[in-house]
Design a protein around this ligand. Structure first.
Ligand SMILES: *[C@@H]1O[C@H](CO)[C@@H](O)[C@H](O)[C@H]1NC(C)=O
Length: 388
């Protein structure tokens, strides 16, 4: 109680004092003679000044909040190591690691993916290309043959045999050879350029061509198909040492699904090779599962033209192992699509068989024997008349 009273009293006293002060300061006499002697007007102009100052402050604060912060969207204390986190853990906040602007595009230092993975995805470029060939020829089926740059002999045999089939069952067929570089970097290969001018069927990308890089070759093939040949209904990857019965293949495709389709010699439940001496060794660290998903053997597989794009997307999520056909199987599995079994098991044959006009007419693709005279076989096979 008494304290309350005392407070009241002090308040009253202060009020009085202020009032007195006003009066004293307000009417000092002759000095202020020129100014309006009215205390009320002085008071209101002083308030206006105060209000003005407050307004200016408010505007400045408003603009700081609304504009300055918006102009600095990149400012992120956590990013620069200035967040309280660092101090909370009792360590010095780390030094800012990167400049605020995007760093200049210096290439990252080379890091080998190791012996079981390949450099993919990566940006490869075509040095020899046929970007409009598919547009012009509108093939139903595109045959894509991976080949080494110096393997002219194989290319010529293929051009003179099944690769020379431009139509089958009334449908257009196109053929392209796909290769990487002999050595990187390499000067333009004059012989290849001449061959390309002559045949218009060469595609060369700038990755290093080697057995261990076959996965890169296949992925670059998919990139090319997606970029330049999406109008074709199907594409087939065929190895150089294959015999291909093009009419039988086109006949099979005529009644095949147009999307989500891949067929060939399908392997199911294949065990991963865990002995390091194997040609297809894959350590547990690279691929932990004991078995591969179902995949089509690399010697020759056919797929619908929607798959290149989808497989390329999947490849961003699946580590690129060096075993080309297994890797496509992994990407298919990632997409939730399995390879389709061919209508007959005799269609895709791994083991070479001696030439028989009847037997050859009933298969789609078969590995040839190195000693086979493929030109002679083709000549026999293409003779008019009944096959069986
Ligand atoms: C595979 O190709 C890449 C890209 O050209 C290259 O850096 C790498 O050395 C090649 N690997 C092999 C084993 O040839």
């Amino acid at each position: 109680m008494t304290e309350e009273r005392g407070k009241e009293g002090r308040k009253e006293g202060r009020k009085e004092g202020r009032k007195e002060g006003w009066k004293e300061g307000r009417n000092p006499g002759a000095e202020d003679a020129g100014k309006p002697p009215d205390g009320g007007r002085w008071c209101s102009s002083s308030r206006r000044r105060l209000v003005f100052v407050l307004l200016v402050l408010a505007v400045v604060l408003f603009f700081y909040n609304a504009t300055v912060k918006d102009l600095l969207p990149a400012w992120n204390p956590a990013k620069w190591g200035l967040a309280s986190g660092g101090q909370r853990h009792g360590v010095l906040p780390p030094q800012p690691r990167a400049p605020p602007a995007r760093p200049t595009p210096t290439p990252p230092p080379y890091r080998s993916p190791g012996p079981y993975l390949v450099e993919y995805p990566s940006e490869y470029h075509f040095l020899i290309n046929e970007p409009t060939a598919c547009e012009r020829r509108k093939p139903f089926l595109v045959l894509m043959v991976p080949v080494a740059p110096d393997d002219r002999a194989h290319r010529d045999v293929i051009r003179s045999t099944w690769g020379g089939e431009r139509r089958a069952l009334g449908r257009a067929v196109a053929l392209f050879f796909l290769m990487g570089l002999h050595a990187a970097p390499a000067p333009p290969d004059e012989r290849l350029l001449r061959e390309s001018r002559e045949h218009g069927d060469l595609l060369q990308s700038d990755f290093l061509d080697s057995y261990k890089n076959l996965t890169i070759k296949t992925m670059v093939m998919l990139e090319w198909l997606d970029a330049h040949c999406r109008g074709a209904a199907y594409a087939m990857k065929v190895d150089t040492d294959m015999f291909l019965n093009v009419p039988k293949l086109v006949g099979m495709l005529a009644s095949a699904p147009r999307t989500g389709y891949l067929t060939g010699r399908v392997q199911g439940g294949a065990a991963v090779h865990r002995y390091p001496s194997s040609k297809w060794f894959l350590p547990v660290e690279v691929y932990p599962a004991a078995h591969y998903p179902r995949y089509a053997l690399g010697m020759g597989y056919v797929f619908s033209s929607d798959l290149p794009r989808r497989l390329l997307q999947a490849s961003r999520h699946v580590r690129a192992v060096y075993i080309e056909d297994v890797y496509l199987g992994m990407c298919m599995s990632h997409l939730g699509i399995g390879p389709t079994d061919p209508p007959s098991w005799s269609y895709f044959q791994v083991e070479p068989r001696r030439y028989s006009r009847c037997a050859y007419s009933q298969l789609v693709a078969m590995t040839t024997h190195p000693a086979d005279d493929r030109l002679w076989v083709w000549e026999q096979f293409k003779r008019p008349g009944q096959h069986c």
